[in-house]
Write a protein that binds this ligand. Structure first.
Ligand SMILES: NC(=O)c1ccc[n+]([C@@H]2O[C@H](COP(=O)([O-])OP(=O)(O)OC[C@H]3O[C@@H](n4cnc5c(N)ncnc54)[C@H](OP(=O)(O)O)[C@@H]3O)[C@@H](O)[C@H]2O)c1
Length: 409
């Protein structure tokens, strides 16, 4: 326990091959998030950097591609201070990916002056906790589904919440539900509450969703103390920062700080190493830690879970409606769809267009990339399936159209 990092025998060289995996890292454009992306990219995963600033993300992606040779690194626009941006980010992601193997909730702000997010939460609590809770909530069905895929190694699907030893500065009650914005408190208490919430979130995810060894693994992490932009509030203008800057200069040279490179190791370990226990709290460098009493309080974890869920519902993010995956159809999904016979498809086309136009319509379909959203016909045929994006519908259609065309000739 503590802010001083212990030595580890684990290094990113031990990250297993990640080819075929899809990984999302919030705040992957800078700091330890960037280094995290770099090592995972080297192992071949497809990576989405979920971040708010295009001008800081595009150069980061260019340099990641150059450093790793991995061209599969994409930007997913996400501003954690806005629930509507979070919703769009999730929709965009789910529209292009059918799986999610690793979600690293890394983005964060620290010791910012009092302010509110677009939805009225205190900035640190809103960004660090509420934003990540909402984002995770919307991606969770896909994570669960990925864990159940035949090609998923048990325990390889993970959600990593980057917390901090700063959680020790949370209010004595842990989360102050009566005054969650803590306007009258100081920035360190507000940061502490937000980071305690990250630990409790991972704990609650574990309690709700880690049902068997094949379930996803949920972990929280204190990465160590690393000099990154996170400290910019301390080095910006102002009396406090002027007083603190010599201290910061000295501190950077002290054993308190670990390197930027090592700062990413614990979350990389949490995201990829075998043997990581779901529900655990890891400290720098890759050791199992013990959070405060509040951080271990299952009742508090559940209370925060319920509170956060109610907040999402209050803002129109409905768990049941939106938590449903809207995946593209992976090949393995096709097994779960009842086989279409030409008659089935003919029946669907019939509902859509008249028979005399059928030949022309099939000819048109076979020559263009336009698609009929056949999922709209499913309920009429007693087939209950999720809506599919265009590309997947096309894949299904072309297979079937061949059959129909054959019969119509
Ligand atoms: N550094 C440490 O000593 C330390 C210690 C304990 C815990 N941590 C935790 O480690 C994590 C990473 O911190 P870091 O040190 O790497 O800091 P950093 O270099 O400042 O990186 C923070 C990242 O979060 C992103 N971010 C901030 N607000 C966001 C928002 N509203 N929407 C989307 N992205 C946002 C930033 O994006 P922009 O480029 O757009 O600003 C940036 O990519 C944080 O959760 C932090 O609390 C760090």
């Amino acid at each position: 326990m503590g802010i001083f990092a212990r030595k580890t025998s684990w290094t990113p060289e031990q990250i297993p091959d990640q080819t075929g995996k899809v990984v999302v890292v919030t705040g992957g454009n800078a700091g330890i998030g960037y280094v995290t992306c770099k090592h995972i990219a080297r192992r071949g995963a497809r990576i989405y950097i979920a971040s708010r600033s295009l001008d800081r993300t595009l150069p980061a992606i260019a340099s990641l591609k150059e450093e790793t040779g991995n061209e599969n690194i994409h930007h997913l626009p996400l501003d954690l201070t806005s629930l509507s941006s979070i919703r769009s980010a999730a929709t965009t992601f789910l529209g292009s990916e059918s799986r999610l193997d690793i979600l690293i909730n890394n983005a964060g702000i620290m010791l910012t002056p009092y302010g509110l997010t677009k939805d009225g939460y205190e900035l640190q609590f809103g960004t660090n906790h509420v934003g990540h809770y909402a984002f995770t909530h919307l991606l969770l069905p896909t994570l669960l589904r990925t864990a159940a895929l035949p090609d998923s190694i048990p325990g390889s699907v993970r959600v990593v919440s980057i917390a901090s030893e700063g959680h020790r500065g949370a209010p004595s009650c842990g989360i102050d539900f009566g005054d969650v914005n803590l306007e009258k408190s100081n920035p360190a208490t507000r940061y502490g509450q937000s980071k305690l919430a990250n630990i409790l979130h991972a704990r609650a995810l574990h309690n709700h969703y880690h049902a068997s060894p094949g379930s996803p693994i949920f972990v929280s992490v204190h990465p160590g103390v690393i000099y990154t932009d996170l400290y910019k509030e301390l080095s910006g203008p102002g009396v406090v920062s002027t007083l603190l800057s010599p201290f910061m200069w000295l501190a950077k040279k002290s054993p308190l700080f670990i390197s930027l490179e090592e700062g990413a190791w614990t979350q990389l370990y949490a995201a990829t190493a075998p043997g990581v226990e779901s529900g655990s709290y890891l400290e720098a460098l890759c050791s199992v830690g013990t959070p405060t009493r509040q951080g271990r309080d299952e009742g508090l974890a559940e209370k925060l879970w319920e509170w956060s869920l109610a907040e999402l519902e209050r803002h129109g993010i409905k768990a049941d409606a939106e938590a449903k995956p809207t995946p593209g159809l992976a090949e393995e999904d096709l097994r779960f769809i009842p086989p279409f016979t030409p008659t089935h498809f003919l029946a669907m086309i019939n509902m859509h267009t008249s028979l005399e136009n059928l030949d022309e319509r099939l000819w048109h379909l076979s020559r263009t990339t336009t698609h009929i959203d056949i999922s709209a016909f499913f309920p009429k045929l007693g087939i209950h399936a999720a809506p599919f994006p265009a590309q997947s519908v096309l894949n299904v259609e072309f297979g079937v159209i061949g059959g129909v065309a054959g019969e119509c000739e």
